[in-house]
Structures are given as C-alpha cells and as structure tokens.
Design a binder for this molecule. Sequence first.
Ligand SMILES: [Zn+2]
Length: 130
Amino acid sequence: MLAFLKGTRLYSIFNNVCPNCHVGKFYIGKQAYDFKHFGKNYEKCSNCGFVYEKEPGFFYGAMYASYAISIAFSVAIAVAIFVLFPSSSYLVYIISIVLGLILLMPLSYWLSRLVWLNLFTHYHKHKENL
Ligand SMILES: [Zn+2]
C-alpha cells in the first residue's frame, strides 16, 4: 500500500512499519480500531532488530503529535460543517468536533506514536533485506 511513498516517513506512518527498514510491523494489531490489540506494539523490529522505545517513557512525547493531529481533525470537521451546513450554530460545531474527536481517538493514538517515532528515526535502505 502506498508504494510510491517508500523511503519516506509517510510510508512508515501509514503502513504501520518500522521507520528504520520499512519492513517489520510496529503495532501488533492490523489497524487503529482493532481493540483486541489496542495500543500494543512490538518491542523491536522483526526484520532489522531496531528497538522502538529508545528510552523509558519515550512515547510520552507522542502526546505532542497527538495534539497536532487532534487540531488537524478539528479543523477538518469544522471546515466540513461550514461547507455542508453553512447556517449551523456554534453549538453544532462544538458537538460535532467533540464527537468527531472521540470517534477518531483510536486513529489519533495510532498515528501519534508512529509520527513521534518517525521524527527521531531515519530510513536505511540497506537494512531492508536483513
Ligand atoms: Zn526494521
């Protein structure tokens, strides 16, 4: 999926793969709404052995990425309401954004940890075929 992004951080983020080699999986679950494995990731890459949690508490920083993603979702919902229902009151905007953020919370969590990890890791093509 999204093969044209291979070698970029977006490839790792949207395909749930190791940021170091783009082969091994990061999350145990297949997608963000897999509640059986919610938030569980492998300790290290199955292909290159890259340890995902660089130091204890490393993923606390993913809160910054989660904040930015939530703002992006909020703006997208507000723009959608503005375009689809131009005469809506502010209460409609607030309720829609709150409900939207609750529904999108698993996706935000999923993306934020991958974004945070990708901020500190670069892709290495030679580690792809280990
Ligand atoms: Zn890897």
